[in-house]
Design a protein around this ligand. Structure first.
Ligand code: LLP
Length: 438
């Protein structure tokens, strides 16, 4: 499976963005995250085009949690994409990049008072309120600052999408949002409409992530529009915005067949228009927040292969110089990935091995994957589709420093996140006087 600008070059090496990945590993060290700029941009454009053609009053935001750094913010801005931030850190990153706050939407199921204050002070476009508690807090913060907060209410449609249980969020039993089914959502919205320091613009939902079929999106849209109709009938409130979250899946394995962005747009807009027509509602502004489907397939992780241990009749264990700290997804979600020996990319992948990291832990990264038979220490292992939720979920377990991120395009490679160093970690340590080693 080759993605984006990937190809196998004359040396038989894997190439991406016109750069030989073996040379990238040598130049920047491993583990290394590599992002394919052309594919990132193509995905942004595909979203913009697909929705612009079908629904003129729409805006595409990118969910920063999938992968965020200042260069990513700058690229999104060039592509005309807005930003969903889910923490003070993500907001700070956007502002540091000079990203226009009026294109920033602030999420989170527990925004602290300072976070609400920071969002208001930055004059972000919308704050997506996740609970009644937060609504009261925000209304107070806005009132005290003499401001009016423009909000969306996050609601939970009560549907169960087909994806890993830890990345489902649309079901009734979730920590996110306010339940529609039991009437809570309508009640909290009615309350918000009474608040002079809050202006309700509409509703938001996000049903889950890595969705390979569109039924959950369609069901959520129908339920969301039913709620809008009820709000109009019962409260005389006409929402001007509907934010449908993210969730479109990507190819981790050749067997994964996610819908294309344009067929996704077809289904979303078709379902939405039909639901609106059923209730005689006008089109609200349509907002969405794809994360994984913009960055996921554009990312590749490079590792150096260490010991290859064959346990006869049992299994061959291959160690790489990263692991749980740069990719927790196999451990968290039993996620599976496609791997390629970058310096033997033209060899047939006919040997099954299990790749693990180098943490003090059974940190199996890729169980029973097919690789080139000649796999040996010193090889460069490339892992596909690691652009989303890898760098952004990296940890410092075992005091591993975070890998660098390199953006490649047309034969050029630019570091967009410097490699963290162990010195960075040690620098933050503090030894009280009474413990100092003499
Ligand atoms: N909007 C909201 C409010 C979200 O909570 C999320 C993801 C998105 C948008 C973007 O969803 P996407 O298009 O990326 O599916 N760490 C997990 C994924 C957690 C997703 C959380 N929310 C993983 O590695 O699979």
């Amino acid at each position: 499976m080759l993605l984006g600008t990937q190809r196998i070059n004359a040396q038989g090496h894997l190439e991406v963005g016109g750069c030989d990945t073996v040379a990238l590993a040598r130049r920047f060290g491993t583990p290394l995250y590599v992002m394919d700029e052309a594919l990132l941009r193509a995905n942004c454009r595909a979203y913009r085009r697909a929705f612009a053609e079908r629904y003129s009053d729409n805006e595409v935001l990118y969910a920063g949690k999938a992968f965020l750094c200042t260069a990513m913010c700058a690229l999104l801005h060039q592509e005309g994409i807005g930003l969903d931030v889910a923490s003070a850190g993500e907001l700070r990153t956007a502002l540091a990049a000079g990203f226009p706050p009026e294109r920033v939407f602030v999420h989170g199921n527990f925004k602290s008072r300072p976070e609400l204050e920071a969002a208001l002070a930055a004059r972000v476009r919308r704050i997506i309120v996740d609970s009644e508690y937060e609504l009261e807090e925000l209304a107070a913060v806005a009132r005290e600052g003499g401001r009016v907060a423009d909000i969306l209410l996050r609601v939970t449609p009560g549907i169960d999408p087909h994806t890993h249980r830890l990345i489902r969020t649309g079901q009734e039993d979730t920590k996110f949002g306010i339940a529609i089914q039991c009437g809570q959502a309508a009640r909290v919205i009615a309350r918000a409409l009474e608040m002079p320091s809050v202006r309700v613009r509409g509703i938001h939902f996000h049903v889950g992530s890595q969705l390979l079929d569109l039924e959950a999106h369609q069901a959520a849209i129908r339920i969301g529009v039913d709620l809008l109709a009820r709000l109009r009938a019962d409260l005389g409130f006409e929402a001007s915005e509907l934010n449908i979250g993210g969730g479109l899946g990507i190819r981790y394995l050749p067997s994964h067949e996610p819908p294309s962005i344009s067929s996704y747009a077809d289904r979303v807009v078709g379902t939405l228009d039909a639901a609106l027509a059923r209730h005689g509602l006008p089109r609200p502004r349509l907002l969405q927040e794809p994360g994984r489907s913009i960055v996921g397939e554009a990312g590749l992780t490079l590792y150096t292969v260490g010991p290859v241990k064959e346990i006869p009749g049992v299994r061959t264990h291959v160690a790489v110089d990263g692991g749980l700290s740069d990719n927790p997804r196999p451990a968290l979600y039993e996620a599976r990935y496609e791997v390629i020996i970058a310096n033997k990319a033209a060899h047939p992948a006919d040997r099954v091995v299990t790749v693990s990291g180098k943490h003090c832990e059974t940190d199996t990264l890729f169980a029973d994957v097919s690789v080139a038979a000649g796999i040996a220490p010193g090889d460069v292992l490339a892992v596909q589709s690691t652009g989303a939720y890898n760098y952004s979920m990296a940890s410092n377990y075992n005091r591993f420093a975070h890998p660098a991120v390199v953006l490649v395009n047309d034969g050029q490679a630019d570091v967009i996140v410097e490699r963290q160093t162990v010195d960075d970690l040690v620098r933050q340590d503090v030894v009280p006087d009474r413990l100092r080693i003499q």
